[in-house]
Design a protein around this ligand. Structure first.
Ligand SMILES: [Zn+2]
Length: 289
């Protein structure tokens, strides 16, 4: 089994491309940061796989966030991936959802895809509602609306792994190619969560598309990495303002911050705060997350 990797593939002589993703250590590291109830864990794991599939589909150089805001059991789910293949994520929940349907988890809300380029270029944001029952269908909706591309996703997560499969009709396909799309979509529709979680890319693609000619590209490695740092924490404190920061020190003797993504603990005392506001080396306006 390939761990923490993504494979792109093409189904030759059709208008269909695809991606397969499997996350193990990455998923474990993300889970180690919080103690989630079973349903929240499942939805978070599926969102992780979905974000990696999205990240490989969209062309960008920077950070891609998948965020779902809700007013039911889960108020926020956030996965942030980078074009370098790293990812982090979290969920904030009030209760265990009754089921893993989007309605039970999030109630009324929306799914927001944000791309922030590294070079400071224009930020892109796409929003879709949560009318669909599953995250996979909500993301398919996103592609349909924002990119006019027929896309299907199949997602799965358990305690050990997070996995997914994506099929997409190529953007330059013409309507005469629809048979290839319909045929491969139906074949992929037979995939089970267990197959996604336990079978390697080559075996699974052969099992699903054995009468097709699948070209599988090399694995792209993925890993958990939180982008938080002492410098970003100090920049955040600087943006709070000196008065506010000194107020916290006066009250609590220190400023203690735990990164919600990786649990790393940051602690600053009065000497640190003095240094932050006398040095002007920290870039103002940047935030921790
Ligand atoms: Zn962190």
């Amino acid at each position: 089994m390939q761990h923490d990797s993504l494979h792109r593939f093409l189904i030759e002589n059709t208008n269909v491309r695809g991606e397969w993703v499997h996350l193990d250590d990455t998923w474990q590291q993300l889970l180690a940061c919080a103690d989630y109830p079973a349903v929240v864990k499942k939805v978070l794991g599926e969102a992780l796989a979905a974000t990696m599939l999205l990240s490989a589909t969209l062309k960008y150089n920077g950070t891609l966030s998948l965020q779902i805001n809700g007013n039911a059991a889960i108020s926020l789910l956030l996965i942030q991936a980078t074009s370098a293949g790293t990812v982090r994520g979290l969920a904030r929940y009030k209760a265990e959802p009754k089921s893993d349907s989007l309605q039970d988890c999030f109630g009324e809300g929306n799914l927001v895809i944000t791309i922030e380029p590294n070079d400071g270029g224009e930020r892109y944001q796409g929003v879709v509602g949560l009318q669909k029952a599953s995250l996979a269908d909500a993301i398919a909706d996103y592609f349909e609306q924002s990119e006019q591309l027929k896309t299907r996703l199949w997602l799965a997560a358990d305690d050990a792994s997070s996995a997914g499969l994506l099929l997409q009709r190529l953007p330059n396909a013409n309507s005469e190619d629809d048979d290839g799309w319909n045929r491969t979509e139906q074949l992929a529709e037979t995939v089970t969560a267990e197959e996604l979680l336990s079978i390697d890319a080559q075996t699974l693609l052969y099992r699903l598309f054995n009468e097709e000619n699948v070209r599988l590209f090399d694995a792209e490695p993925l890993q958990f990495q939180c982008g938080c740092s002492q410098a970003k924490i100090e920049a955040m404190i600087q943006s709070l303002g000196q008065k506010e920061a000194e107020g916290i020190i006066a009250e609590q003797e220190e400023i203690a911050i735990d990164c919600e993504f990786c649990n790393r603990h940051y602690q600053l005392d009065s000497i640190d705060v003095k240094r932050i506001f006398t040095e002007n080396t920290v870039e103002a306006g940047t935030t921790v997350h």
